[in-house]
Design a protein around this ligand. Structure first.
Ligand SMILES: C[S@@+](CC[C@H](N)C(=O)[O-])C[C@H]1O[C@@H](n2cnc3c(N)ncnc32)[C@H](O)[C@@H]1O
Length: 317
């Protein structure tokens, strides 16, 4: 077991902790466009924050993971809630897909394998994606200002633009690039440069009308303020520093409890406060991430866009 594998095993062994937090915002957004009872695969699923969210919405999820503690934890939650999840304990390198999918996702896991593994795997997955299906990936990319931290050293197997070139014949909905200040239970604040990628397999009959909304605006947050606000700060305390965003990208997920992985109850609220090239992410009103956007921050909207509020300045004052 290498150091990063030991790190994950340790974090996942604690039944009271969500090592990676709650479901990803873009998974919440994509879910609105999935057909009922979609078939999903979550590659390197960890404790299954995204797997569980999608299974709770009625989708059939295959969850692939090498950590036996994560697999045990996810299986016990899935059993407790009778969710349609097939948890496979296996390395990505050894996985041979045998189904067709509506959504293929890998959040912060593909960068642990080399290009000669992920490129052929995603090629096969593109073949196995149903028309209109999605691929969604989050990957760490080392850049001079933010090299890949030692504690999560990986194969450095992603370069910016690799995925865009692999998906040239698909509709690329997002190819975002940003730096994120992040923390997880047990490790201090660290910074990653991240690429978030979302594409859709289109067919000639239907062109997807999903709208990508640019959330940039003219308000900015002085760098000195951005640097000084610590992760863990309370939203009210940040507001009292005079920080007022023009755009708030807010999602609410009923049935998610951040303090107890075994209890899927409660209401999970994530707000991204956006200030031009900077962003602050609050989870349950606590600052859990800070962003410097190298590409404009975006959101995906449809007719149900009222679910995700923007320009909520008035309610924040
Ligand atoms: C940063 S965590 C992300 C977990 C999950 N996708 C999430 O977003 O919460 C990376 C995960 O990839 C898994 N992983 C790393 N290398 C892997 C491999 N070669 N095969 C399968 N899983 C792997 C780790 O065990 C860990 O759970």
């Amino acid at each position: 077991m290498n150091n990063s594998e030991k790190f994950w095993e340790k974090g996942y062994s604690d039944a009271k902790v969500w090592t990676m937090g709650g479901p990803s915002v873009e998974v919440f957004e994509i879910e609105q466009f999935l057909p009922r009872n979609s078939t999903v695969i979550d590659i390197g699923c960890g404790e299954g924050r995204n797997t569980l969210f999608l299974a709770l919405r009625g989708h059939k999820v295959t969850a692939l993971e090498l950590s036996s503690n994560a697999v045990k934890k996810l299986r016990s939650i899935a059993d407790r809630y009778s969710l349609n999840i097939d948890v496979i304990e296996r390395r990505i390198e050894d996985f041979v897909p045998d189904e067709n999918y509506d959504l293929v996702m890998a959040h912060s896991s593909l960068h642990f394998v080399t290009k000669d593994v992920w490129i052929p795997l995603l090629r096969e997955m593109r073949q196995r994606t149903k028309p209109g299906g999605f691929h969604n990936f989050t990957s760490i990319i080392g850049i001079p200002r933010h090299p890949v931290p030692h504690e999560c050293r990986h194969a450095n197997s992603f370069d910016r633009g690799d995925l865009d070139s692999q998906y040239a014949d698909w509709q690329i909905l997002r190819s975002d690039f940003y730096a994120k200040w992040d923390c997880h239970p047990g490790i201090p604040t660290h910074v990653h440069a991240v690429e978030k990628f979302l594409s859709r397999k289109t067919n000639s009959v239907e062109r997807f009308t999903l709208r990508k909304v640019d959330l940039s605006n003219s308000d900015s947050l002085p760098l000195i303020l951005f640097d000084s606000i610590p992760l863990g700060a309370d939203a009210t305390a940040v507001k009292s520093m005079g920080v007022r965003p023009r755009h708030v990208n807010r999602i609410e997920m009923p049935g998610w409890n951040m303090t107890s992985p075994m209890e899927l109850t409660g209401n999970y609220v994530v707000e991204d406060w956006i200030f031009g090239k900077y962003g602050l992410q609050f989870t349950q009103s606590i600052l859990t991430g800070k962003y410097e956007y190298f590409t404009p921050p975006v959101s995906l909207r449809n007719a149900r866009e009222t679910l995700i509020n923007e320009a909520r300045r008035s309610s924040l004052t």
